[in-house]
Design a protein around this ligand. Structure first.
Ligand SMILES: [Zn+2]
Length: 152
């Protein structure tokens, strides 16, 4: 079973239960990265409704529960530690929530860039252009979230 099928079959019941419809981007799997975009996340929708017009939107993304869920699922499925971070949140007025899943070093970089105001698209571009530490691997369920060696 290919990586996309594994992930789709994992998320499908959650989407049906109202956790949001996702778009999965596995095009940078050779770098150990997965990008997820979700419309209508429960957390973000509830927060956006709770924020009164006079108040500013939350300064930080709000869907930590999802980021944790993705990191746990990716780590389990890939048998290697994976981290995840939300780089764009609907609770802040964006159309969708967007996440990056991958090795800790790249996720820390993504979080740092987000805090500097770098857009989700630019974060994706920067991560995709970063030097590859290991040769590209075929995308299979077995190496879906294959750990890349840490830089020294
Ligand atoms: Zn969000």
């Amino acid at each position: 079973m290919d990586a996309k099928s594994v992930l789709e079959s994992w998320w499908s019941p959650l989407a049906a239960a109202g956790w949001g419809a996702w778009t999965l981007d596995l095009s940078v799997q050779s770098r150990g990265l997965t990008f997820v975009e979700i419309r209508s996340i429960m957390v973000a929708t509830a927060l956006a409704r709770a924020v009164e017009p006079a108040r500013a939107a939350p300064a930080e993304p709000a869907c930590h529960l999802y980021a944790g869920l993705f990191a746990a699922a990716a780590s389990f499925l890939g048998r290697a530690e994976r981290h995840a971070v939300e780089v764009q949140c609907a609770a802040q007025g964006h159309a969708t929530c967007r996440f990056v899943i991958g090795p800790g070093r790249q996720i820390d970089e993504a979080e740092g860039w987000r805090k500097q105001g770098v857009s989700a698209d630019d974060i994706r571009t920067r991560l995709s252009a970063a030097p590859v530490a290991a040769p590209a691997a075929k995308v299979t369920a077995a190496n879906l979230f294959k750990k890349t060696p840490a830089k020294k």
